[in-house]
Ligand binder design. Sequence first.
Ligand SMILES: *[C@@H]1O[C@H](CO)[C@@H](O)[C@H](O)[C@H]1NC(C)=O
Ligand SMILES: *[C@@H]1O[C@H](CO)[C@@H](O)[C@H](O)[C@H]1NC(C)=O
Ligand SMILES: *[C@@H]1O[C@H](CO)[C@@H](O)[C@H](O)[C@H]1NC(C)=O
Ligand SMILES: *[C@@H]1O[C@H](CO)[C@@H](O)[C@H](O)[C@H]1NC(C)=O
Ligand SMILES: *[C@@H]1O[C@H](CO)[C@@H](O)[C@H](O)[C@H]1NC(C)=O
Length: 354
Amino acid sequence: MSAFLHQRQQQQLLANPYPISPHSSSHQRSLSPFGRTGLLVLLSVMVVLGVLSPWMRIPEGLFSGSEVLISKWRDYTLAEAVSFVAKNGTVIVCAVSQPYLPFLNNWLISISRQKHQEKVLVIAEDYATLYKVNQKWPGHAVLIPPAPDAQTAHKFGSQGFFNFTSRRPRHLLQILELGYNVMYNDVDMIWLADPFPYLEGYHDVYFTDDMAAVKPLNHSHELPAPGKKGRTYICSCMIFMHSTGGAKQVMRKWIEELQSQPWSKTRKSNDQPAFNWALNRTAGQVDLYLLPQVAFPSGGLYFKNQTWVQGTKGLHVIIHNNYITGFEKKIKRFRDFGLWLVDDYSLESPLGRL
Ligand SMILES: *[C@@H]1O[C@H](CO)[C@@H](O)[C@H](O)[C@H]1NC(C)=O
Ligand SMILES: *[C@@H]1O[C@H](CO)[C@@H](O)[C@H](O)[C@H]1NC(C)=O
Ligand SMILES: *[C@@H]1O[C@H](CO)[C@@H](O)[C@H](O)[C@H]1NC(C)=O
Ligand SMILES: *[C@@H]1O[C@H](CO)[C@@H](O)[C@H](O)[C@H]1NC(C)=O
Ligand SMILES: *[C@@H]1O[C@H](CO)[C@@H](O)[C@H](O)[C@H]1NC(C)=O
């Protein structure tokens, strides 16, 4: 990993309120955490136990079977994946690399409790994640090539690097272009209630404010006024879009903004500012909708203001574990607030225990 990447990761930990750093995985080219032999053993156990689904057609020998399985998922396209998981024209997506699998499971348990798990598509940012998720939950993970591992070698400022950082809006744009509505979530989120009833009307793009200051319950659903840096602080962690021209326009603008505002040591940007600039530039032409803060509070509010949490009990819908840096600290904070479900409820996840 280049020193530059390391630097970006560090600045992301410091400045980036969402955690999904698809940059690093030491397992990127391995087929599974067990290696090939382990995978074969696992597969044979699964066959003996009869738990392999028809999705994983195993023809003659086990060996060729696993080859078929691997190449099947390697070739699984976004169009196939989305048409398999979408319900009522809508998919819920996240983008996950291997270190975030425990967060993925926590998030999935909470979604399963709201009975929306069937429309979840995991965008795997490495092959290990692709195979792991599809092995446990066939058809629910896809890898959109090129895999970022090849890209991480690129240095900052290169086109390859920009291509890499613009992966998220590209994925979302592709899904919109396939004709589906899409909800994107970072996986350090947890659902306490069903968010879909909050997606009122037929606006192009729905999003949440990343600020921590308490707003009145009846705050406006307009894009907020720009803050100190001349832009808004909308979170790129939770976005819902209808498959409309307006939503596609925002995604294209986001991609453009990422390309036109290169990362620099002084600016320390990540892709959230670019999303905010994209909203700023398209605000006049696109129908934007700010979701209610009480239902979708930032981590800076939910985890730091007990008075507010008590006073608004029962009104929270999705909680974001941001405004904190580090994997272990996030897990500890979820545990402290009774929101780390994987210890006791992993069987409620479609992935089971990982
Ligand atoms: C399907 O989508 C439409 C439009 O988005 C919505 O009004 C309807 O409630 C949805 N139906 C179900 C069963 O989710
Ligand atoms: C970056 O993306 C563009 C457009 O998708 C592509 O033409 C180009 O080859 C990519 N460059 C690198 C270095 O990945
Ligand atoms: C919210 O309620 C207050 C007091 O009832 C009122 O003065 C204000 O105009 C309302 N704001 C909006 C945006 O509706
Ligand atoms: C867009 O940003 C500019 C510069 O900060 C600001 O003056 C303008 O009000 C913003 N527009 C919207 C719609 O937020
Ligand atoms: C915490 O929430 C209470 C109740 O909404 C509010 O009055 C107070 O200003 C908040 N404190 C901070 C530090 O934002």
